[in-house]
Design a protein around this ligand. Sequence first.
Ligand code: FAD
Length: 55
Amino acid sequence: MAQYTVGHPQRLAEMAARAAAVPGLHLAGNAYEGIGIPDCIRMGRRAAEKIVAER
Ligand SMILES: Cc1cc2nc3c(=O)[nH]c(=O)nc-3n(C[C@H](O)[C@H](O)[C@H](O)COP(=O)(O)OP(=O)(O)OC[C@H]3O[C@@H](n4cnc5c(N)ncnc54)[C@H](O)[C@@H]3O)c2cc1C
């Protein structure tokens, strides 16, 4: 399980910006915005919705 350290929100913002520059790349999982299973489901759903919207 990910253990977030100081500066995590800033790293998240940087990763999101970089990922947005790569078509088709989406990030989801316990390393990002919450380690619980509900968090992972939420991130996975959000990524799936973006993928569908891009098609
Ligand atoms: C012992 C334990 C108990 C927990 N209990 C709870 C709980 O009660 N409630 C709760 O909400 N959360 C709980 N958690 C946390 C939660 O289970 C995890 O944070 C969550 O499942 C992580 O989901 P994920 O999709 O990010 O990663 P994972 O579920 O680890 O999925 C990553 C997947 O990627 C695959 N993979 C890895 N590398 C590669 C590769 N190179 N190529 C292809 N596939 C690859 C792995 O095989 C794995 O299937 C628990 C975690 C642990 C370890």
